[in-house]
Design a protein around this ligand. Structure first.
Ligand code: ATP
Ligand code: MG
Length: 291
């Protein structure tokens, strides 16, 4: 089931994309029970670990996986589960919160460009520069704080940001950074249920913020902003995956499947050892055995 599961949710040409074409409750017609889903995820995680080991050893490609979602869509727990098998040395997670004073003194891509993954590694962006065409679009007061010179603050600014994002992603792709972008698409009703759970469970209370309720009021604006962003920035070299997120087990399977498909399409291999090095290794073995 894992093979090619993600392909149905992959958008590599956004021009005709419509968000209402994706059902947050979709499970691709399958209804696995908890145990079955867990076993399948385990398989996927093991395969991902093998691929990551080669990615790291080969040290040529870098992988950038961007996660965007409304609150409580399961971003954090999906990252935790899907990456649970990979070697922490070859992976890191960067979270993007509201920008600091220093960050606001730079162009909007600056803070993300400083946190890109090195070759051989998987970099996870938990939110990203896409916030600058999402939350900033929905809450224009953030645009004010960005200190853009007045003549440059035109109605074309979003269009221009999409262009700049596409240009920078193409540049990264040309340099060996493989980009995947995930939008975890949760329904408003499922978000409500998850918020209520956070309120019911004292150990989850910390996750709840009143700003999250405020953002629910802007749900339609957010969905429009996501749709526009995906339309303009889904490309062959940096596709979006619009992942149904009302069922966490399914979300995780799609994520792991997308990562596996992407890594399998690369020419990953352990570096080969030359005859000369092999001779040196044989000598080293002899020396160790003589000790
Ligand atoms: P959780 O699901 O635990 O709430 P989170 O990813 O929402 O995780 P938060 O601590 O809530 O984490 O911080 C992220 C907040 O920062 C989001 O509300 C997001 O919209 C905001 N943010 C990120 N980038 C920007 C930006 N460039 N401008 C304004 N706000 C931003
Ligand atoms: Mg939050």
């Amino acid at each position: 089931m894992l093979r090619k599961l993600a392909a149905a949710y992959r958008i590599s040409d956004g021009r005709n994309f419509r968000l209402d074409g994706v059902d947050p409750g979709d499970t691709d017609g399958s209804s696995l029970d908890k145990k079955e889903a867990k076993a399948l995820l385990r398989q996927g995680i093991d395969r991902l670990a093998e691929l990551q080991d080669k990615l790291y050893a080969q040290d040529r490609w870098a992988v950038l996986a961007i996660f965007q979602a409304m609150d409580a869509a399961g971003k954090d727990s999906a990252i935790k589960h899907v990456m649970s098998g990979v070697n922490p040395t070859g992976c890191d997670v960067q979270s993007f919160k509201p920008p600091s004073e220093e960050e606001l003194d730079h162009d909007f891509l600056w803070r993300a460009m400083r946190r890109l993954p090195e070759r051989g590694r998987i970099g996870i962006f938990n939110r990203s520069y896409y916030e600058d065409v999402l939350v900033v679009r929905v809450h224009p007061e953030w645009l004010e704080r960005q200190k853009i010179p007045e003549p440059l603050k035109t109605p074309r600014i979003w269009e221009e940001r999409f262009e700049d994002i596409n240009a920078v992603e193409r540049y990264l792709a040309r340099n060996g950074v493989v980009i995947l972008k995930f939008f975890l698409h949760v329904s408003m009703d499922e978000q409500r249920k998850r918020f209520l759970k956070r309120l019911d469970n004292p150990e989850k209370n910390w996750k709840f913020s009143t700003a999250d309720i405020e953002d629910r009021r802007h749900w339609d604006d957010y969905m429009r902003a996501y749709e526009e962003a995906i339309r303009h920035t889904a490309t062959a070299h940096a596709p979006w995956y619009v992942v149904p997120a009302d069922h966490k087990w399914f979300t995780r399977l799609v994520l792991v499947s997308a990562l596996i498909d992407t890594l399998e399409a690369l020419d990953l291999a352990y570096p080969s050892v030359s005859a000369e090095t092999r001779a040196l290794l044989a000598e080293a073995r002899e020396a160790l055995e003589r000790e």
